[in-house]
Design a protein around this ligand. Structure first.
Ligand SMILES: O=P(O)(O)O[C@H]1O[C@H](CO)[C@@H](O)[C@H]1O
Ligand SMILES: Nc1nc2[nH]cnc2c(=O)[nH]1
Length: 276
């Protein structure tokens, strides 16, 4: 869609929101879901809005997967699935831009974000195919100055000094553990680390991150979580262990290709039980 948008300009953000509203009507949004692209098949009364119809949403030149917002319901809850994460390396590490869907969904009403990523397990216990519930994170680009909050000086954003010590909501984590037991999901809790990518890590870097307390390493999520907390959205996060150290493949880097029916059922059960 025509029109240059600055993802840090609050008035531009409002323009994006109103352009979406004019296309989806009074559709309610309570839960935003990022990184579970195949969940879109389970959304009832779905309204699909391709990124090409959304002002300011970039169209990837490298990603062949669908890129759209899919609004609708899961078991009576109002959800939106952000299908096709903005890839920070394609967009020159512009993490403010890459977390734009989070801000837009919050302005559309979202109060909870469920987010996931493809990651490598480095604690010796996390095996390929496993799922890690994120308890806390180490945001390496954020520590080095690549904050998605850079440039968000408009007072309507609120203070940039957002506390993130409890970014991953305790109540939602408890719920995920309870539902995991019911759905027979082997769920472990741990610390996730986001690196800058797109290159993966050397063995020495992985050893360093392990010493720092990381259990799983990936290249997304922390910027989205930071922005979610900045705008008051509660977070539930997962790292899908899609490969073991040293056993990389293109498929292993695509989390959405890994979800089976059991994982999707797990997510649906969580959504059913979430109190908004
Ligand atoms: O969006 P997430 O799940 O982080 O997936 C990413 O993970 C891979 C490397 O971490 C990248 O190629 C990208 O697909
Ligand atoms: N950063 C990072 N992300 C991944 N996603 C899947 N595997 C990896 C990995 O080894 N490193």
């Amino acid at each position: 869609m025509e029109g240059k948008i600055d993802p840090r300009n609050y008035d531009d953000l409002l323009k994006i929101v109103s352009s979406i509203k004019s296309q989806i009507g009074e559709q309610l949004v309570d839960i935003m879901i990022i990184g579970f692209d195949s969940l879109t098949d389970l959304i009832q009364n779905a309204i699909t809005l391709p990124y090409s119809q959304i002002k300011g949403f970039p169209k990837s030149k490298i990603n062949d997967n669908p890129e759209s917002l899919v609004f609708g319901e899961i078991d009576g809850k109002n959800v939106v699935c952000v299908q096709g994460r903005f890839d920070k390396n394609e967009y020159n590490m512009d993490l403010g831009l890459c977390a734009l869907p989070v801000r837009v969904m919050q302005l559309l009403g979202a109060k909870i974000m469920i987010v996931s990523n493809a990651a490598v397990g480095i604690n010796g216990k996390l095996k390929k195919g496993g799922l890690m519930l994120i308890k806390d994170h180490i945001f390496v680009p954020g520590l080095a100055g690549w904050s998605p909050l850079n440039g968000c000086g408009d007072e309507r954003y609120g203070s940039p000094f957002v506390p993130v010590h409890d970014a991953y909501n305790r109540g939602l984590r408890k719920l995920a553990i309870k539902v995991g037991r019911k759905c027979n999901i082997n769920l472990s809790e741990g610390f996730f680390t986001m690196t800058g990518g797109p290159q993966l890590e050397t063995s020495a870097e992985l050893r360093l991150l392990r010493k720092f307390g990381a259990d799983a390493v990936g290249t997304s999520t922390c910027h989205e979580v930071t922005v979610a907390r900045h705008c008051g959205v509660k977070v539930l996060g997962f790292a899908w262990i899609t490969n073991a150290v040293g056993a990389y493949s293109d498929d292993a880097l695509d989390a959405s290709k890994q979800f089976g029916p059991q994982e999707l059922e797990f997510l649906v059960e969580i959504i059913k039980d979430i109190q908004i």
